[in-house]
Design a protein around this ligand. Structure first.
Ligand code: AMP
Ligand code: MG
Length: 403
């Protein structure tokens, strides 16, 4: 049996990031930058007010309370027209440019309009003195032109997209989202809702694997369902290779008489058949057909999901340019015994991880058989149980938090 880490390294070596492309910022959520982003301008570009209030000369209000003549009202998005002279102030709205002459803002809550006569104009009473730069956001307060904003390899989240927009960028250089085809194989599978004949079951893997791929932020392609028939499997894989950047299959990679996926992939691809020292998901077929990585995952529903999580997800994230494609584990503690038998494998138990007193408590999500999809569905984490007898209530353990 191969260690998990060695197997994953083998996979990641063959899942390199693809050639970068320029995409619209509007389409870039979740993608990874292929080059560093340098600020082309200062943000903010002009000094502006953080508060609604009055732009003043700080020296004028040093002996507040005092009264100032209001010479202008400046709204956000409108350039000031009047210089604030001694004894004067301009009413100003959050985000509006600080007018020339003024060097500070008094928030509106610390002021009162004391007269608004036709003869004298508007007079504001300022209740407090303020230092220079009070509530003023200076040029470049957030970013300076030339700053290295985000290094290459940054996953673009909501805030990142906002920064790109602030900088006036409409496009960004990223690694493309791979198109990932998902294929189910097996004579027993039914996917059209028709009544089950004896021995038949519903195809559940394709939906879960498509959903996991979607959550991994790749583009998904449903390659359908192939019977245990070499010609049918080869035809489906051929479509996959033509239309996708990576393929995920489930089933047909074990030692059974009708596990033809193995035979076909061996003929058309450069595959490695691996027994990984983990449970579930011991068998893994991985390789390439042409330059398309193919993940041949085991058929048991839980195994296929765990295998996707441990191998396919990191591989696909690596193709997307993620510098850290493997989910980090977090340290938790067992809220109950999580027992197992020694068998030379690392077990990935389906568990529920919940916050408890500043720590993460972990308990079993239910049946641990590799066909028991219900417990997998109810779990939110995989507990990493090293070879041995398992962990006891109160023990520390590593967990992989799932989406
Ligand atoms: P295999 O790897 O093809 O021998 O399949 C192992 C087990 O997983 C068998 O019990 C299959 O019926 C089951 N299985 C395979 N593919 C699927 C699928 N797409 N959905 C649900 N169960 C499956
Ligand atoms: Mg099968």
């Amino acid at each position: 049996m191969l260690p998990l880490e060695t197997t994953r390294e083998f996979v990641l070596d063959r899942c390199q990031a693809r050639k970068s492309v320029r995409v619209r910022v509007a389409d870039a959520l979740g993608l990874v930058t292929a080059s560093e982003i340098i600020a082309s301008q200062n943000i903010p570009q002009f000094p502006n007010t953080a508060m609604d209030g009055f732009a003043v000369r700080s020296a004028d209000v040093a002996d507040a309370p005092c009264e100032l003549r209001v010479v202008e009202t400046i709204a956000a998005g409108h350039a000031p027209q009047v210089t604030v002279g001694p004894g004067e102030a301009s009413r100003i709205m959050t985000g509006a440019t600080i007018p020339p002459g003024a060097d500070a803002v008094v928030m509106v809550e610390r002021t009162a309009i004391v007269s608004d006569s036709a003869a004298d104009g508007e007079i504001v009473r300022v209740e407090v003195s303020v230092p220079p730069d009070n509530h003023v956001r200076p040029v470049g307060d957030d970013l300076h032109a030339g700053d290295n904003v985000f290094p290459a390899g940054t996953e673009l989240a909501a805030g990142h997209l906002g920064v790109l927009c602030s900088l006036g960028m409409t496009e960004v250089e990223v690694y493309p989202r791979p198109r990932v085809g998902v294929l189910s194989t097996g004579d027993e599978l039914v996917d059209d809702g028709s009544p089950l004949q004896p021995g038949q079951i519903r195809d559940s893997n394709r939906r879960t694997l498509l959903a996991l791929a979607h959550r991994a932020d790749v583009e998904t392609v449903d390659l359908g369902l192939a019977r245990d028939d070499p010609a049918e499997i080869e035809a489906a894989l051929a479509i996959g290779v033509q239309t996708c950047d990576a393929i995920v299959t489930s089933g047909g990679v074990s030692m059974g008489d009708f596990d033809y996926v193995k035979a076909v992939l061996d003929r058309i691809g450069d595959m490695r058949w691996m027994q990984v020292a983990i449970k579930p998901a011991k068998p893994l077929a991985f390789g390439t057909v042409g330059d398309v990585p193919v993940f041949g995952l085991p058929g048991n529903p839980v195994s296929s999901m765990v295998s996707f999580e441990l191998f396919a997800r990191p591989g696909l994230r690596s193709m997307m340019g993620h510098p850290q494609p493997i989910r980090p584990t977090v340290v938790a503690f067992a809220a109950e015994d999580l027992l197992r038998r020694p068998d030379g494998k690392t077990h990935f138990m389906r568990v529920l991880a919940t916050p408890l007193g500043g720590r993460t408590a972990v308990r079993s999500a239910g049946g641990q058989g590799s066909h028991m999809l219900w417990a997998m569905a109810k779990s939110n984490a995989l507990a990493v149980i090293p070879d041995g007898d398992g962990v006891r209530a109160g023990d520390k353990l590593d967990v992989l938090l799932l989406d």
